[in-house]
Design a protein around this ligand. Sequence first.
Ligand SMILES: Nc1nc2c(c(=O)[nH]1)N[C@H]1C(S)=C(S)[C@@H](COP(=O)(O)OP(=O)(O)OC[C@H]3O[C@@H](n4cnc5c(=O)[nH]c(N)nc54)[C@H](O)[C@@H]3O)O[C@H]1N2
Ligand SMILES: Nc1nc2c(c(=O)[nH]1)N[C@H]1C(S)=C(S)[C@@H](COP(=O)(O)OP(=O)(O)OC[C@H]3O[C@@H](n4cnc5c(=O)[nH]c(N)nc54)[C@H](O)[C@@H]3O)O[C@H]1N2
Ligand code: SF4
Ligand SMILES: [Mo]
Length: 739
Amino acid sequence: MTDRTAFRTCPLCEAMCGLEITVRDDTVVRIRGDMDDPFSKGFICPKGSTLKQLQADPDRLTTPLIKRDGVHVEATWDEAFDAIAVGLGKHLDADRNSVAVYLGNPNVHNLAAGIFGRVLVRALGTRNVFTASTVDQMPKHVVSGLMYGSPASFSVPDLDRTRYLLMIGANPAASNGSLCTAPGFTDRLDAIRERGGTVVLVDPRRSETAAHVTEYHPIRPGTDAYLLAAMCNVIFDNDLVDLGSVEPYVRGVEEFHALISQYPVDVAAKITGIEPAVIERLARDLASASSGAVYARMGAHTSRFGTVNAWLAETLTIITGNLDSPGGLMFPKPATGRPVGDQAGGSGWKFGRWTSRVSGRNEVLGEIPTVCLAEEILNPGEGQVRALVTLQGNPILSLADSNKTEEALEALDFMVSFDIYLNETTRHADVILPGRSPLERSHYDLVFTGLSVRNVAKWSPPLLEVDRPTDDEILARLTLIASGFDHRADPTMVYDGALLNVLTRATQNDASPASGLDPLEIVNQISGDSPADRVLDAMLRTGPYGDGFGAVADGLNLTKLSENPHGLDLGALEPRFPGFLQTAWGSIDLAEPTFVSDIARLADHLDETPPDLVLIGRRHLKTNNSWMHNLDILTKGNNRCTVQVHPTDAARYGLADGDQAKVTSEGGELIVEVEVTDVVMPGVVSIPHGWGHSYAGTRLGVAESRPGVNLNILTSNSLVDDWSGNAALNGVPVTLSTV
Ligand SMILES: Nc1nc2c(c(=O)[nH]1)N[C@H]1C(S)=C(S)[C@@H](COP(=O)(O)OP(=O)(O)OC[C@H]3O[C@@H](n4cnc5c(=O)[nH]c(N)nc54)[C@H](O)[C@@H]3O)O[C@H]1N2
Ligand SMILES: Nc1nc2c(c(=O)[nH]1)N[C@H]1C(S)=C(S)[C@@H](COP(=O)(O)OP(=O)(O)OC[C@H]3O[C@@H](n4cnc5c(=O)[nH]c(N)nc54)[C@H](O)[C@@H]3O)O[C@H]1N2
Ligand code: SF4
Ligand SMILES: [Mo]
């Protein structure tokens, strides 16, 4: 028996922690933090080491399943692809839009899926593309697209240098950070305070993160926009506006001021429940700090005013001189990102290029909002969705209004899932194609290196060899079917297409180190063992740090990354204006027409009587959305799937700790254990999402034994942020009763 040690990045959440993994023969014996990772420096959370248990989970699928007479049975890969060719083929032939695709969160944690998932979606040629982005960060895409010209141009708080951080609806102590990749996030918060800075948390629930902040303020769910607008007003009214280094590129300042002026501090105080003096002081403190950033996350985005919230968070940072400046909101420069020149201005960005069939919601990023998925399946007519492809997603537990989603998936004519579990969603699938586990594939974070508080690059080869198709191959064979080919055809054409696409675009980009080269020549210099690795090599070599195929001495390529298993630190974030600014007009328009029309909605709700009780979600350090509850090590112990109720509300409704309560919303009801606690503010109850593992026909031995309840039975497809189509998962009106 020989032990070997490997280093790789944990792919489970956004934090990109380095792992040190010991393997004996083909078995993982130990996982701990990689002390030599320059970014995470040994930090891991309790989930990082559970890749071992995930690998060993007997319920994790390794053989394709086909549903025969209502039961999933094992099948060969050829049988599985044959069934897909028939089942999907007939709908693709009839009407491309009758096939929908849903991409879940793990796609952004999977290199092959990040590259070949997109190729598959394009090959399907349907407008019915749905992703978890519209139960998550879509408002930030809309705002980044309209303000900076690219929906992927996300600003990130410069955590390690800031003197003032205002966090709105983020709980990094549980989530490990989101749209802000920073392993050891709470240590970095503590460091802000240790260097004399300030961290402010605004959240209806005094979350685990509250232990790491200077001040915490509860806020009524869904009212953050009023707080942010009022803070902007304080800045204007006291002549504190300072646009800092981006001043030459900002327009619409006075129009913006006019737009927000009807939301002064006293109005905001009434609606948010935060004292006027506090709002006033928060604004002044941010303005007077030598650097500061407003970081708005899930609680702000999954709200009826998600787009307004994202816009105001960005704008408040801009008018206090903190955009694109150290310690403020900055733009990472990922090694696989598109190099830009030094002039502001580009082709800009558009959304709403088409609308959904049933309720006419805007396309954003080529997607239809998930609040439309069920209605597109259930409503007859031309273009009705009859078949569904799910790629690493669990819409039954993750999307709003689960009962409707359940009804819709039940009504499909054909469904295929690329997934590693027979779970609440995939039990509806006619065919399940089991992907590789995280340890059985190579890894590089295409997405999170672009959201990271330092520029870093890290690649890991597969750790364990298995005799099954790779994710590259599974997705390529689905692409062959979607393109009308036999799935037995050589998938090389799919791989080469993706590779040449990257090289061609890069060689046409003046700012790329590979500018002007011949794609058909440089393709011969590409290295990498898998098709996805080869595309990655192409991205790295043509990217901002790339070797340009010899043009840049010491430049980056996959070989260099493979020689540095702990990863490479590419430095602190640096200002990226003006070249980074890609709006068609070459400036940031604070009063872009979409925002102007959107903020008008705030006025409509000013005099609304707030609901008696509203529901919010919550995350726990030992969960990962809906899919890691089958690992005993993460779920044993006390029941965590409780409804948290403030003592005054518990008294009002005659409920005591440990009671069962009925929670009812417009869309459904749940019976759930009560946890009386003052961490939630009065008028607010909280239930975690991702539970509810009691649907028949799954294969989740551990999860089924501690099922919890499915929060999304209570959420609604009619609570939506208008422009982005994002579901408002938080702030759902509910009632409580004894059972
Ligand atoms: N009420 C409420 N709802 C929410 C949220 C909330 O805060 N409140 N959060 C929302 C957010 S932010 C998100 S991102 C979504 C997530 O929504 P989804 O992405 O739909 O759900 P996940 O729970 O991430 O499910 C991932 C699926 O991928 C499979 N999977 C996991 N790893 C792999 C792998 O390596 N290979 C393959 N082939 N399959 C794999 C799992 O078995 C599972 O079926 O949920 C959203 N839903
Ligand atoms: N352990 C663990 N880590 C995860 C995940 C997981 O499921 N478990 N999921 C991953 C994913 S996919 C994502 S997107 C990230 C999300 O990471 P975060 O963005 O940090 O999201 P949450 O942890 O849900 O924290 C959102 C906070 O918003 C608060 N909130 C709710 N409504 C409002 C409101 O109206 N206003 C304000 N100001 N606050 C509000 C909630 O009380 C909660 O504390 O986490 C990732 N990391
Ligand atoms: S914080 Fe995220 S990336 Fe780090 S070990 Fe935990 S799950 Fe993995
Ligand atoms: Mo997410």
